[in-house]
Ligand binder design. Structure first.
Ligand code: ZN
Length: 150
């Protein structure tokens, strides 16, 4: 029987990320399930809620001033597996982040399910919180991809 994939290397963006992800693939463990995540975590936990753990994105997108990850604390891959109460907490988590980082504006996004459609790199459900760095040298708008490149 084939093991179910925990990450999608096609959707990784930088070489260091690919290397870390290859190691994770080798273990077959989900990198965002808490027990595994804490083992490899290098960034501080910013908010530890009932449903979500908020931390920095280790590989922030280009042109971001703030790029955070809210990771669902139980293994879930599809939106339909999430407790709707978690939606309420996610707003609270991102409100906290907005205040903490003094964010004048930005966006948040959550992709889900089949990574061919979502273009996510890790199957375990997570949401991204982004403030673009509009004053950065060579700034370009932050674009989030939904759907795998062919
Ligand atoms: Zn997981």
């Amino acid at each position: 029987m084939t093991k179910k994939a925990v990450v999608d290397l096609d959707n990784s963006r930088v070489e260091e990320q690919r290397q870390v992800m290859r190691k994770i693939v080798a273990t077959g463990k989900c990198p965002f399930c808490l027990v595994n995540f804490v083992e490899h975590q290098t960034e501080e936990t910013l908010f530890d809620g009932k449903y979500w753990l908020l931390t920095y994105n280790r590989w922030p997108y280009k042109n971001t001033k703030v790029h955070l990850l809210a990771i669902y604390k139980e293994h879930a891959e599809h939106l339909t597996e999430v407790d709707p109460e978690a939606g309420r907490e996610l707003i609270e988590v991102f409100q906290w982040a907005s205040k903490h980082f003094n964010v004048p504006g930005g966006g948040f996004v959550m992709r889900f399910g089949d990574t061919n459609y979502s273009a996510g790199s890790v199957h375990h459900l997570h949401a991204q919180f982004i403030q673009p760095d509009i004053d950065a040298e060579g700034y370009e708008p932050v674009r989030v991809k939904v759907g795998k490149s062919r």
